[in-house]
Design a protein around this ligand. Structure first.
Ligand SMILES: Nc1ncnc2c1ncn2[C@@H]1O[C@H](COP(=O)(O)OP(=O)(O)OP(=O)(O)O)[C@@H](O)[C@H]1O
Length: 585
């Protein structure tokens, strides 16, 4: 059905210039809608998929148009050739703006894009020698004589070019969204920490997405030239940025079809409201406000134009899961101070390959901070962490996950609005990454890797007993199953050493027993495990060795029997009770 729709859309795009042969007005309007849709698609990449609002996407649109215009006017480059290179500076500008701002947070990205557009507007306004400033750069209408000799007129082949451009943009974005790249964008949108914890280099992925978004906006700017033929500083106007933003939001942000709907509406509505003269902009604004108020998710869901996720591949058995042996983890004199509070105080420990080590201690003892330090989420104040031969102190969480050092969080970190399967699939790109280009081209190598990713996701789900839940929204699962899913997500990164932070918290007796069986099984399959939990009965039964922290200091370590008999532990942690008594208290 989907293929039929795609073929029909393509056939219609090719037929449109002929169907509108004598209708240069409507043909121009449709071409304009296609340009706006590409612009909307570009903004949708940041707003819809990364969750980053842009107030200045006109910067990229205008830059693409000006680079092409200057190449045409000053160097006599053929307009159609500029479509190939003029979007590149816009992509590079996107990368630069993204790199400079996203580390600081979403608001900074919005400000950075707005400022960039304003700087470019001032530059083109004042660099009169180059751009003719407000007088505008005049570009001659591009012609294709070969097509004209075949009987086509300008508005027909311009429409064809914009529709093919739109088709190409949709294809690229669609393929990226259904690849490790797009999946990682959606996880980043949900939570940066979650993305890092499954091995996604969040900074690189964001910069890449913003660069792509800038390039697409630049492409739309180049396609806009034949419609305007005069390039003025107004191309960098905040109104244009706002238009692009509204196209994405009104159409349905985070959907592929939304910007197409939005583009069509923004091209057609101001024109159809011409009869109300100077009130048309105000009426248009009112319609927009009403739609956004009544249908905040945009128009796409209203027409059932968003496609539900279909679970790919076939369920697998979890029995095949195996892990590569972990190197030794050596922590030396690790210290973390938060202002005057020393949360971790000179802790040294070694985790041997294949061990299941428990870390226990009263509330506030520093257990979670310890995991956060080792997994790279919190920079240590002092001390050293070595994983195998490598010193990994200060490495980013995602690079550690790629080394095989993964962790889970106290509260199950999941993408609640995505399916159970999507959550696990997103984590499989850690052992099986894919480049941007390979995801667009989808050669045999990419397809084989994707099949392995899908298989791995099914295996991990089967292992934790969630195969039947694959198509459900992760947020709709009961708490215990969400915790199991979080473990499956970590397993999908193919860890060698997994650190679990309170996996049994909130589980009932049966669920905790299941968890214990699962951890035993993981260990038998070669996974090294560090387990932080308050469920002492489980910890004593499960762990080879237990480390006890109290007020940031390591006060004891040994076998469960040794720990239960340790006087310092009984005093500090169990309040003078034995482990058995404390558990039953
Ligand atoms: N980001 C932070 N800023 C300031 N203080 C912090 C921060 N994170 C942790 N702390 C403090 O450090 C101490 C250790 O906290 P941590 O969460 O590591 O303890 P824990 O042993 O995991 O406790 P629990 O068993 O309750 O989870 C606590 O006093 C806590 O309030």
């Amino acid at each position: 059905m989907r293929r039929i729709l795609i073929v029909m859309a393509l056939a219609l795009a090719v037929a449109a210039p002929f169907l509108l042969a004598g209708q240069s007005y409507y043909s121009g309007l449709l071409a304009y809608a296609a340009v706006l849709a590409i612009f909307g698609l570009s903004i949708n990449l940041t707003v819809g998929y990364l969750g980053l609002i842009s107030f200045g996407h006109a910067a990229f649109f205008g830059l693409g148009a000006y680079v092409a215009g200057l190449a045409i006017v000053n160097f006599g480059v053929n307009y159609w050739v500029t479509l190939l290179f003029a979007p590149i500076p816009a992509a590079l500008l996107g990368a630069l703006v993204g790199f400079a701002s996203v580390r600081l947070g979403g608001a900074y990205f919005a400000i950075a894009t707005l400022t960039t557009a304003e700087i470019l507007r001032l530059v083109v306004s004042n660099w009169i020698d180059l751009t003719r400033g407000p007088l505008g750069l005049i570009v001659r209408r591009p012609r294709v004589e070969t097509l004209e000799s075949l009987g086509l007129v300008f508005h027909q082949y311009y429409l064809l070019a914009t529709l093919l451009g739109l088709g190409l943009a949709v294809l690229i974005v669609h393929r990226l969204l259904e690849s490790p790249t797009g999946r990682s964008w959606k996880v980043i949108r949900e939570s940066n920490a979650l993305a890092e914890s499954i091995g996604i280099p969040t900074m690189r992925q964001r910069v890449m997405a913003i660069a792509l978004s800038g390039g697409l906006a630049g492409f739309a700017g180049v396609l806009f030239i034949p419609r305007t033929l005069v390039l003025t500083p107004d191309l960098f106007n905040p109104m244009l940025s706002a238009t692009g933003l509204l196209i994405a939001i009104l159409g349905g942000k985070g959907t592929l079809i939304g910007p197409l709907l939005g583009g069509a509406i923004f091209a057609a509505l101001p024109e159809t409201l011409r009869f109300v003269d100077e009130y048309r902009i105000a009426i248009f604004a009112l319609i927009l406000l009403a739609v956004i108020r009544i249908q905040p998710a945009g128009l796409a869901p209203l027409f059932h134009l968003t496609r539900p996720f279909r679970t790919p591949g076939a369920p697998a058995k979890g029995g095949e899961i195996a892990f590569e042996p972990s190197p030794r983890l050596v922590v030396t004199d690790l210290t973390k101070r938060f202002g005057g509070l020393t949360a971790v105080d000179n802790v040294s420990m070694t985790i041997e390959p294949g061990e299941l080590v428990g870390i226990i201690g009263p509330n506030g003892a520093g257990k979670t901070t310890c995991l956060s330090l080792i997994s790279g989420f919190t920079p240590p104040t002092a001390g050293e962490i070595r994983y195998g031969e490598r010193k990994v102190t200060g490495d980013s969480p995602s690079s550690l996950v790629n080394e095989g050092l993964a962790r889970t969080f106290q509260q199950a970190a999941l993408c609640g609005s995505q399916t159970v399967f999507e959550n696990v699939l997103a984590a499989t790109s850690c052992p099986e990454p894919a480049s941007l280009l390979s995801s667009v081209l989808r050669g045999p190598g990419w397809r084989a890797r994707e099949a392995r990713r899908v298989r791995r996701a099914w295996e991990c789900l089967a292992f934790v007993g969630l195969t039947e839940r694959a198509a459900l929204e992760a947020g709709s699962l009961p708490y215990g199953e969400q915790k199991m899913l979080a473990i499956a997500v970590s397993l999908a990164t193919q860890p060698r050493l997994l650190m679990l932070d309170e996996p049994a918290a909130g589980l009932n007796h049966t669920e905790a027993n299941r968890l214990a069986d699962l951890l035993r099984s993981l260990r038998q399959r070669g996974l090294t495990i560090v387990l932080v939990d308050h469920n002492l009965r489980m910890m004593m039964a499960l762990c080879d060795r237990i480390i006890v922290l109290d007020r940031g200091r390591l006060i004891a370590q040994g076998t469960p029997a040794e720990i239960q008999a340790d006087k310092a532990v009984i005093a500090a942690y169990l309040g003078g009770y034995t482990a058995e008594e404390a558990q039953n208290a």
